[in-house]
Design a binder for this molecule. Structure first.
Ligand code: HEC
Length: 123
């Protein structure tokens, strides 16, 4: 009985190691194509700027944001789960691949230090 138990434990350790490796590989894999994302971001420049750092506080900075987060939120805008008239419209035409490429592009951009100017913070 105790011998059987040991074997099971070893098998569990082995399985855990394999699962761990697979998870590691998945994390290391890019979420989308940065260059394709740059191309697809033409429609977003007007508000989020070419580098994802907008200069209007009403438009969130996308540069350096976690790719997972960007994928998640763009899917939510597309499905209407997250409600914003502008972004619901923007996300409507995006495929899953577009979303992954856009997320890869923005997450790869330099987030840059954004200091909100005093005039703006007083509003
Ligand atoms: C007309 C202006 C405009 C355009 C064009 C636009 N956005 Fe936005 N975006 C916004 C605004 C405003 C918000 C904040 C909405 C909210 O509060 O949910 C936002 C939010 C976002 C967010 C969520 C950020 C966060 O921190 O949660 C993402 C991601 C995003 N936009 C991506 C895009 C992408 C990708 C495109 C191009 C396909 C695009 N946007 C085009 C105005 C714009």
């Amino acid at each position: 009985m105790s011998g059987q138990h040991k074997i099971n434990q070893r098998a569990m350790v082995g399985i855990a190691a394999i699962v761990g490796l697979a998870a590691g590989a998945a994390v290391a894999q890019p979420i989308g194509d940065v260059d394709a994302g740059r191309e697809k971001s033409q429609a977003c420049i007007a508000c989020h700027n070419a580098n994802g750092v907008s200069d209007n506080p009403a438009w969130p900075i996308l540069a350096g944001q976690h790719a997972d987060y960007l994928v998640h939120v763009l899917r939510e805008y597309r499905s209407g789960e997250r409600v914003n008239a502008i972004m619901n419209g923007q996300a409507q035409g995006l495929s899953d691949e577009d979303i992954r490429d856009l997320a890869a592009f923005y997450s790869a951009q330099d987030p840059a230090l954004n200091v909100v100017r005093r005039e703006r913070s007083r509003r």
